[in-house]
Design a protein around this ligand. Structure first.
Ligand SMILES: [Zn+2]
Length: 303
């Protein structure tokens, strides 16, 4: 059924593109995740509309494109993806349109040294790059050139806004480093539901463990829970963290299992991993979510 739907969507998209070339939106950028949408919004002036497919709190690993998403894709002239297979099947569809439309992946400028390899994910690459602010800063710097090519009439504004954002990200990185450095080395262990923090771990010198591996779509069993409980008790981990895109049930079970074995581990709070927080939270921007995560981690682990 899903395959039939995807096929129909592709056919609709194909004919739509052929017949409605003139109707594509020339003054807007289509993006996928809420994090990516906010980054692009910071780079371009108000006159350029940023259309975001996945709202705050939406898990990109499990996201299924809706018929209205395909309308947006059909109408778009400029599309930016996060990349490294984060967007799954939808990325395949969009990348297949490169040529008819201008398509760019935020992560396409990353060097092999910057990319973290992992057997657990498609093509062996971990897509959660936004967890390292310095890498985002690098990607923004590179993407600026493409956006200026796409919108030459907005060259000055894109350049000014992107440069200001690059400076802001530099300040953010220094700020989170100083917050995270408050945690003593032996307590720098972050346990979460899924493995979204490997870039974070490398950048800010933390160790990470998760229940599900690199994708929230991965199944986990009793063996995984037991292994994680053993690890938490063995390393005397003070707190574990739920995520805004994943149910907290599994980690609550891990907490209960630790308690049964006589070890108290706290729930350290919720981390914003693969999506921004809702409008009414401080994590409703990329900058806000990174700062909120640093404060939550530091607060839960330092004492
Ligand atoms: Zn993820």
């Amino acid at each position: 059924m899903k395959k039939i739907f995807l096929l129909l969507a592709l056919i609709a998209l194909f004919f739509g593109c052929k017949n409605e070339q003139a109707q594509t939106k020339s003054n807007s950028i289509l993006t996928t995740t809420s994090i990516l949408g906010d980054i692009i919004r910071n780079m371009v002036p108000e006159e350029i509309e940023v259309i975001n497919l996945m709202g705050p709190g939406t898990d990109p690993h499990l996201y299924k494109a809706s018929p209205s998403d395909y309308v947006h894709i059909r109408e778009a002239q400029f599309i930016v993806l996060s990349g490294l297979h984060l967007e799954g099947k939808m990325a395949e569809v969009i990348l297949g349109l490169d040529g008819e439309k201008k398509v760019k992946e935020l992560t396409s400028s990353m060097t092999t040294e910057q990319i973290i390899n992992s057997d657990g994910f498609a093509d062996g690459h971990d897509p959660h790059v936004w967890m390292d602010v310095e890498i985002v800063r690098w990607c923004v710097l590179k993407l600026k050139t493409d956006l200026i090519k796409w919108f030459p009439e907005h060259r000055k504004a894109i350049n000014e806004r992107s440069e200001a954002y690059i400076l802001k990200l530099g300040r953010l990185n220094r700020e989170v480093l100083s917050i995270l450095n408050e945690v003593p080395a032996e307590r720098r262990i972050i346990v979460t539901s899924h493995d979204a923090l490997n870039y974070f771990a490398r950048a800010y010198q933390y160790e990470v463990r998760s229940l599900q591996g690199f994708s929230t779509a991965a199944e986990f069993g009793l063996k995984d829970v037991t292994a994680l409980v053993d690890f938490i008790i063995d390393r005397k981990v003070p707190a574990i963290f739920v995520e805004n895109i994943v149910s907290d049930q599994a980690l609550k079970a891990v907490q209960a299992a630790c308690q049964e074995r006589g070890f108290e581990v706290a729930l350290g709070g919720s981390l914003f991993t693969d999506a921004l927080g809702n409008e009414n939270t401080k994590a409703n921007t990329y900058e806000g979510m990174i700062r909120a995560n640093a404060i939550t981690i530091s607060h839960a682990l330092k004492n």
